[in-house]
Design a binder for this molecule. Structure first.
Ligand code: BGP
Length: 480
């Protein structure tokens, strides 16, 4: 008997715009992600309205999955994957977003990918929209700011559900939908921005918050409609939400810190989770709107749709936790981080992300207690620089340590009674980072020979962690 359930879905995750490349091949249109330049930890990625001839746009080549999918899926199968989470590039199916007919070559590509997965008994888990949409929808309609985009998304989702009815059962409507609560709207909402703007800018004015909240509302309605249609097309479909699991701890036991952390967890996690799982905005939403002068256009019909289109399971990404404080002097001493201050009990990665496996157990218990539906951890991992030794080996013990700690805590959460059904660590084959656009921030079990100077032939090499994870899966999480 193992702690992990018998049919536990072990696997890994990727996203089209960070992994596929072939950005303008076989009829694919330009996506919002295709206009983002590469950056670094110190230098933010920026958006360019027109392509700069010498600019480096990481999504254009990604890790070239488009031309390596057979080899890659074979590598995943080699680890014993039960599932593979990936996203469809909306622009491969509807290049402009408002096209009448889908692009046949795009449909064919994903059919081939899904069939290849099934050859090895791997169940595809598909994110319908992962941080990208047709740029045309941004330019012509204002992205998710427009209600019209709901129809385009629903048409796109319907095409996928119909086309892949016999090949895909697990779906996620939007990746990290709650990023719209934390960052400016280009990245996840496709809201128009000025040339040169940084999409991961967390300093939002009340106007930005208004725009994001309305855009998010449109995404909620679109997600609910997709759930309803997806169930109609195939009642066996499992359609889930995907939330960036943002764990906030109070830095001290000062009640002000406790309240601040509670509010941060509510706003960043439950605001979206509640709408998608419970079908209605939570009790604290109105006060948040009032305090930021947000006035939302929510119709009576929207409210019905949200109630009818609740998700079947809850998924989230988890990388690190934050500590928050109300005391400015403490904040200064601890050092500022994007969502909080430095936690003295934790170690930090080279990119400044805390490493906190126990936070994963905390979050699993927290959301399971709130929602009581099956849960999947669909992203987790350590972004790190890897070194290829002279003999070609890559000894990523740091990554094994990180993942091992998290698998142990998932096991604890299962013992706690959480209905955890799957685990798909992020970037299972190296790909470009979403936040910085770097290739050298690697997450994979498989190394991809490509760097930020655009050198390398995209060849694949299993790392030490590849063999470690294979054993984890073989032993259903017993051998760590
Ligand atoms: C999540 C995204 C992924 C991914 C990951 C790691 O927020 O869903 O797309 O990239 O974070 O972040 P980064 O790539 O910035 O290291």
């Amino acid at each position: 008997m193992t702690e992990f359930p018998k049919n536990f879905l072990w696997g890994g995750a990727t996203a089209a715009n960070q992994y596929e490349g072939a950005w303008n091949v076989d009829g694919k249109g330009v996506s919002t992600a295709d206009l983002l330049l590469g950056g670094t930890y110190e230098k933010a990625r920026t958006f360019t309205k027109n392509l700069q001839p010498d600019g480096y746009y990481p999504s254009h080549q990604g890790s070239d999955f488009y031309h390596h999918y057979k080899e890659d899926i074979k590598l995943l199968a080699g680890m014993g994957y039960k599932t593979y989470r990936m996203s469809v590039a909306w622009t491969r199916i509807y290049p402009n977003g408002d096209d009448q007919e889908p692009n046949q070559k795009g449909l064919d590509f994903y059919r081939n990918v899904f069939e290849e997965c099934h050859k090895y008994g791997i169940e595809p888990l598909v994110t319908i929209s992962h941080y990208e949409m047709p740029y045309h929808l941004t330019e012509a309609y204002g992205g998710w700011g427009s209600r019209k985009v709901i129809d385009f998304y629903v048409k796109y989702a319907k095409t996928l559900f119909t086309e892949y009815k016999d090949l895909v059962k697990y779906w996620l409507t939007f990746n990290e939908i709650n990023i719209g609560m934390m960052f400016g709207g280009y990245m996840s909402l496709g809201l128009p921005v000025k040339d040169g703007a940084a999409p991961f800018n967390g300093n939002m004015s009340d106007e930005d918050i208004q725009a994001n909240m309305q855009g998010l509302h449109h995404q909620f309605v679109a997600s609910a409609l997709a759930v309803k249609i997806g169930h109609k097309i195939n009642p066996d479909n499992m359609i889930g939400c995907m939330i960036a699991g943002n764990v906030s701890y109070p830095l001290t036991s000062n009640p002000d810190d406790i309240l601040k952390a509670q509010l941060q967890n509510e706003i960043s996690n439950y605001y979206c989770g509640d709408v998608q799982v419970r079908g209605a905005y939570p009790h604290f939403a109105q006060r948040f709107w009032n305090e930021h002068n947000v006035k939302l256009n929510i119709t009576a019909e929207d409210q019905v749709v949200l109630k009818e289109g609740t998700v079947d399971y809850y998924t989230f990404s988890y990388y690190s936790s934050n500590a928050v404080t109300t005391d400015p002097s403490k904040a200064e001493a601890a050092g500022n981080f994007s969502q909080g201050v430095k936690n003295p009990y934790l170690k930090y990665s080279e990119w400044g992300w805390s490493m906190d496996p126990k936070g994963l157990r905390w979050y699993l218990n927290d959301v399971y207690g709130r929602y009581g539906i099956p849960i999947m951890v669909v992203e987790n991992g350590l972004g790190a620089r890897d070194t290829v030794e002279k003999d070609g080996s890559i000894n990523d013990d740091y990554r094994i340590d990180y993942l091992k700690g998290h698998v142990e805590q998932m096991k604890e959460a299962i013992k706690d009674g959480v209905d955890l059904i799957g685990y798909t660590p992020w970037g299972c084959i190296d790909l470009v980072s979403a936040g910085t656009g770097q290739m050298e921030k690697r997450y994979g079990f498989v190394y991809v020979n490509r760097d930020d100077e655009q050198k390398g032939d995209f060849s694949r090499m299993p790392k030490k962690s590849y063999y470690w994870y294979k054993k984890v899966i073989e032993s259903n999480g017993e051998e760590l």
